[in-house]
Ligand binder design. Structure first.
Ligand code: BEZ
Ligand code: FE
Length: 298
């Protein structure tokens, strides 16, 4: 039955319940909490009434959320994964990172950041032995007026050519992640790996949900960045690889923005590298990512 076939008498019963739940928050002394709870009530009841949720489906939903809870621990955050795959994470990012001039766009954080990644010098190698095609990534960090930002802290992390982050190996390796700082002219550069597509963790309830609805768990190839500088809005973002077929198929967490798709220009083996590094018979890629940070209060 659709909502439009509901009798006036039935509608009145349902609306009365919504109003009573809304009123139950009337004495909440925290106005923001009251707003959030009342809005949640409206949307949740709208959803239940819109789809005419059956009791069997309600039970299924509770069972699903219980499984999401059971698999979640200090390393595996299935609730965030659920939020990511429903686009709720990207919507929250959109709401909280309003466009400001030509400031670089933000995207999802993901579960694989570590706050104790090693420091490399500008031009250093963040791969620490992780397998993959080397990629020279360079650019600048500027403010929205075009002034270079020196000393910006740039955290970078990515998976290896097998689509795995270091933390997924279950040992204590620390590879394909580091932090570095922009120089006096706001420039930065490092050797990383050409990103490859990889699946988000999909051996749990969120993976089952994706499979049930015919969706792929695969993310478009990307390299994560988090850039911080005094008085600037912290930027959490990635760059994506122009030409990656997964961009057409779709990113499982809706993280792609056109402005973040960059060319990783493939260089034949033997092509001279920007820092004179000898890569022997290996091909490599060259990418440029100029970063613009918005003011903190924007
Ligand atoms: C990631 O890019 O690392 C990621 C983002 C969202 C969910 C899972 C993984
Ligand atoms: Fe990632």
């Amino acid at each position: 039955m659709s909502e439009s076939h509901v009798s006036a008498q039935q509608k009145a019963v349902e609306e009365d319940l919504v109003n009573r739940v809304l009123a139950s928050f009337d004495n909440c002394e925290n106005p923001r909490l009251k707003q959030v709870m009342q809005s949640l009530t409206v949307h949740l009841h709208d959803f239940i009434r819109d789809v005419r949720l059956t009791e069997e489906e309600w039970n299924y939903g509770i069972d699903f959320l219980t499984k999401v809870g059971h698999i979640t621990d200090d390393k595996r955050q299935e609730f965030v994964l659920l939020s990511d795959t429903l686009g709720a994470s990207m919507q929250t990012i959109a709401v909280n990172n309003e466009a400001y001039g030509d400031a670089t766009e933000a995207t999802v954080f993901g579960p694989f950041f570590l706050d104790d990644a090693p420091k490399v010098e500008n031009g250093g190698d963040i791969s620490f032995g992780a397998a993959g095609q080397p990629a020279w990534v360079e650019g600048t960090v500027k403010d929205t007026e075009g002034n270079p930002i020196s000393g910006a802290r740039i955290e970078v992390w990515e998976c290896d050519e097998d689509g795995l982050y270091d933390v997924q190996y279950g040992d204590d390796r620390r590879t394909a992640r580091a932090h570095l700082f922009s120089d006096e002219q706001g420039r930065y550069a490092f050797w990383g790996l050409t990103p490859v597509p990889y699946p988000i963790p999909h051996d749990g309830p969120v993976g089952q949900m994706l499979q049930s609805v015919g969706r792929s768990p695969v993310r478009a190839a990307h390299l994560h960045f988090m850039v911080t500088a005094p008085e600037k809005r912290t930027l959490v973002t990635h760059i994506f690889v122009d030409g990656d077929p997964q961009l057409e198929i779709g990113d499982s967490v809706f993280g792609v923005k056109d402005s973040l798709i960059k060319e990783f220009k493939r260089q034949p083996a033997g092509t001279e590298t920007p820092d004179g590094r000898d890569l022997g018979e290996q091909t490599w890629a060259h990418a440029r990512f100029d970063i613009v940070l918005a003011p903190a209060e924007s």
